[in-house]
Ligand binder design. Sequence first.
Ligand SMILES: [Cu+2]
Length: 153
Amino acid sequence: MHRAERRWLQAGIATLIAFLALIGVAALHDDIVPPSHVETIDPTRVAETPPFDKPGLRQTGPHSYEAYIVAHIFSFDPAHLTVPAGARVTFYATSPDVVHGFFIPGTAVNMMVVPGWVSSATHTFRRAGTYLMLCNEYCGAGHHFMYGAIDVR
Ligand SMILES: [Cu+2]
């Protein structure tokens, strides 16, 4: 084998090992896990199905909240949430129409929102600030208008 060929092969294998190690660190240390698609919901009846008939934030403990989000073309309902710093928020999201994304940059919350399923992810907002909620699955002509914000105070 040519020396240059062996070097490229070694570089490729080293890159693969580095990526697998990063995935391992992300999964085990940073708590990044695949979004749970465990719960199902009739996508034609989202507006009548509790708790998605009244989307929004519910406080479940001194620092814990549940946020029920309906992602539809082309907005999130609700599009704006306010929580205190230190709040641990579990997001539950579903879609009555097409596949959307629910992504909060700077956090591990990044899930597909698939009609018929309830996706969930949890994040503790330790630092105050404004966090964006973005749809990162192209969902149609108004996709770029599909965003919201979480104010952490
Ligand atoms: Cu969308």
